[in-house]
Design a protein around this ligand. Structure first.
Ligand code: ADP
Length: 248
């Protein structure tokens, strides 16, 4: 039963992604349809004008936009599907997550004694991508000189990563809605509103938790807690992970 539920949750998040891709692609595709009709008319009337050239450029830039949307969606789909579990360490996971999250000068990482070498069994790349999204959000919420602190503590069976920023913070409405699929306050094209939704999905599937505390104008602290070993079969979040070595 737990197996079925986990599988249907994953299908649901993939369905959500597909719906998102369809929704986002609709606008550039209808622009392309309208403009190519226009160009067709211009060509069949034998009139090639500057307008024709600029129409073709618009089609090209709308196609670029479609490609960007698909790129973002395929990154998110990778997160939703998950991947094979690998033996790694807490340090390696955090390093991979921080890598590419923003200007290295802006992100400070501290490990409590021994935390970096604690062994971890996890879908390394998918999980690192999820955590990277959380760190990127912290950078995005900060001003021109972001300062994000990542603090890692660990015991034998769990580790905690806190991502603290001194950015815009979130108002009550944003805090309530964060993690809802497609909820974003970023400009169109800048955010999918799927980062936290998918991060929570993968973290909870691994038996972990994701929590936000935030004060508008002061900043946000995101706390990620994860078990270092897979939960035993039948426990929350264990689903069909154990035994199969595969999330999907
Ligand atoms: P996206 O980044 O594509 O907008 P997310 O699901 O990652 O989607 O985030 C949803 C929204 O949550 C963001 O648009 C932003 O409003 C808010 N948010 C997330 N992290 C932070 C943060 N550290 N500080 C302020 N707001 C945040």
């Amino acid at each position: 039963l737990a197996d079925l539920r986990a599988r249907s949750e994953r299908l649901e998040s993939l369905g959500t992604l597909a719906a998102g891709a369809a929704h986002e692609l609709a606008t550039p595709l209808s622009t392309i349809a309208v403009i190519t009709q226009e160009v067709e008319r211009e060509l069949s009337s034998g009139k090639l004008t500057d307008q024709t050239i600029s129409d073709i450029q618009t089609v090209r830039s709308e196609l670029d936009r479609c490609r960007d949307i698909l790129d973002r969606m395929s990154t998110d789909a990778g997160l939703a599907i998950g991947e094979t579990l690998v033996k790694t360490t807490v340090g390696e996971l955090v390093e991979e997550a921080v890598d590419g999250a923003g200007d290295p000068q802006a992100i400070q990482v501290t490990f409590a004694d021994g935390a970096a070498t604690v062994p971890l069994e996890a879908p390394l790349h998918g999980l690192a991508q999820a955590v990277r999204g959380i760190i990127k959000n912290a950078v995005d919420a900060s001003g021109p000189q972001p300062r994000v602190e990542c603090r890692v503590t660990a015991s034998n069976d769990r580790f905690t990563l806190q991502v603290q920023d001194s950015g815009t913070g979130m108002d009550a409405e944003t805090l309530r809605r964060i993690g809802e699929p497609f909820f974003t306050t970023k400009e169109p094209g800048k955010g999918t509103g799927l980062g936290v939704f998918l991060a929570r999905n993968i973290i909870e599937r691994l038996g972990g938790t994701l929590a936000f505390s935030s004060t508008p104008g002061e900043g946000t602290c995101v706390t990620i807690q994860l078990p270092t070993r897979l939960p035993a079969p039948g426990q929350a979040g264990a689903s069909d992970l154990a035994g199969h070595g595969q999330l999907f």
